[in-house]
Design a protein around this ligand. Structure first.
Ligand SMILES: [Zn+2]
Length: 466
């Protein structure tokens, strides 16, 4: 029961001291992310592009931590629930209020805003007319019912804070900058999917947590579900997509690492596994004459764990659902339906694990006089992040004196959709005790500021690429 905020204090203090030292170094050493030749090229291009070259190009500005945290607290008011968290589910009144608040912040940061046909909020810095593809930063502000105030909010407000900081320091980037706040991330990355690969009409008919269908929800927040094509981003139409996010797991917090460099968002495959035995009297059927579907299911659960942990890697496998039929104390279950899931960054590893588990199921079936049937119910392919962006994130963090760790994202994010149409990258910051989707979700102001500064530095590094 150690309070992470206190426990991690020493390492963070030294990290911020390092930040201070490195920052003063940067002021002398122009072109933090480029060698001398690259920097001159970048400068030359900026000049040729007619860009505003200010003194700020000579240093990397730092975001305003106090302002960012107060914005997070203000956003937390919309959909605030008595448990201390937030219920700002997509297409609710609270969602609408939160979106209005964020639109105000975006305008304040100098962004020209619009709501696209999918209901995503798009902010653009219009003074850049270089004709280069934009660099997009984004995330979401909708929450799960009784969620927390950091999932999505940190990346959304962090992106706006980055733009605000650049504007204040009069830094003109070569690439136009955009901030995108995607709608209904928690309902299955709906807004970002609409912007990338598109939504099916079946998806538009799904009922969201607010009780509205996605179609009606899009209308409610100012989109136009009949013209979703106009919200689609053409492949490679942006130079990079960057998303700052809380880890939502406990790896960074446990290892006291400042920044997670996300390798990619894992692929997910879900199956319904139906185990069929024979329902019979639980009092009169001897143990050696049973065809117990529950016993077979129990062995299957164990087999999933054994197979998934038998090979090195960060793959995960879970049986998270179970229904036993007919479901009585005095009846041997004749049928059990399990919900089984595998996740990994590598689709072929999921294939390999699945066939090993399938093989185990056949053996269990033989031993128990039952049969197994697998029905694939959901398949999301892995979304690797862009290697050059990963490198830029890692380098930016190191230059800020922060520790890094490369890791997959086990949860879905808007970045996974954006990665399907262009180069995308993600920056993780620690989640206290690894808790998320809960009012207890928390990340420290220092971690939030660190992540936002890495976002800003990464953006400038990518912007300066020849
Ligand atoms: Zn999120």
């Amino acid at each position: 029961m150690i309070d992470f905020a206190t426990a991690g204090n020493t390492s963070r203090q030294s990290a911020s001291r390092r930040v201070a030292t490195v920052t003063s170094l940067n002021r002398m050493e122009v072109g933090l992310f480029m060698n001398r030749r690259e920097f001159s090229q970048g400068l030359l291009m900026a000049v040729t592009a007619g860009a505003f070259v200010s003194r700020s190009l000579q240093s990397i500005p730092q975001i305003n931590e106090k302002r960012l945290v107060s914005h997070l607290m203000e956003l937390a008011e919309f959909g605030k629930n008595p448990k201390g968290g937030v219920s700002r589910v997509a297409y609710s009144e609270a969602d609408l209020q939160g979106r209005r608040y964020v639109l105000g912040l975006m305008k304040g940061a100098g962004l020209e805003t619009r709501v696209d046909a999918a209901g995503n909020i798009v902010g653009t810095l219009t003074r850049n007319t270089s004709g280069l593809p934009p660099i997009i930063m984004g995330s979401h502000i909708d929450s799960v019912p009784e969620g927390g105030n950091y999932d999505g909010d940190v990346g959304s407000l962090g992106a706006i804070e980055v733009v605000q900081t650049l504007s204040e320091h009069q830094v003109m980037t070569r690439h136009p900058l955009q901030v995108m706040i995607f709608q209904n991330e928690e309902g299955g990355t709906i807004g970002s999917m609409a912007a990338s690969t598109g939504l099916s009409s079946k998806q538009l008919d799904l009922v969201a947590n607010s009780g509205k269908t996605i179609r009606d929800g899009i209308r409610y927040i100012g989109g136009d579900p009949d013209h979703l094509e106009s919200a689609r981003l053409a492949p490679r139409s942006f130079a990079a997509y960057l998303e700052l996010h809380i880890e939502q797991g406990g790896v960074l917090a446990a290892e006291k690492i400042n920044i997670g460099v996300v390798e990619g968002i894992v692929g997910i495959r879900d199956w319904d596994v139906t185990v069929t035995g024979f329902a019979n009297h639980a009092g009169t059927t001897p143990m050696n004459q049973r065809r117990d579907a529950m016993l077979a299911a129990a062995r299957f659960v164990d087999a999933v764990n054994r197979v998934v942990t038998s090979v090195p890697g960060r793959q995960v496998g879970t049986v998270g659902k179970i229904t036993a039929l007919p479901g009585a104390y005095n009846v041997i279950p004749g049928k059990v339906v399990l919900g089984f899931e595998l996740r990994d960054l590598d689709d072929s590893k999921i294939d390999m694990l699945y066939s090993a588990i399938h093989e185990q199921a056949q053996q269990i079936a033989k031993q128990t006089g039952t049969s197994f049937e697998f029905t694939l119910t959901n398949a999301i392919v892995p979304a690797p992040t862009d290697p050059a962006i990963r490198e830029a994130v890692a380098r930016s963090a190191r230059n800020l004196g922060l520790t890094t760790r490369t890791m997959p994202s086990g949860a879905g994010h808007d970045a996974q959709e954006m990665a399907r149409v262009g180069p995308a990258g993600m920056i993780f910051i620690p989640s206290r005790d690894g808790i998320s989707h809960s009012p207890a979700e928390y990340s420290t102001p220092t971690d939030i500021a660190n992540g936002s500064n890495v976002l800003l530095s990464t953006l400038l590094a990518l912007d300066a690429r020849p």
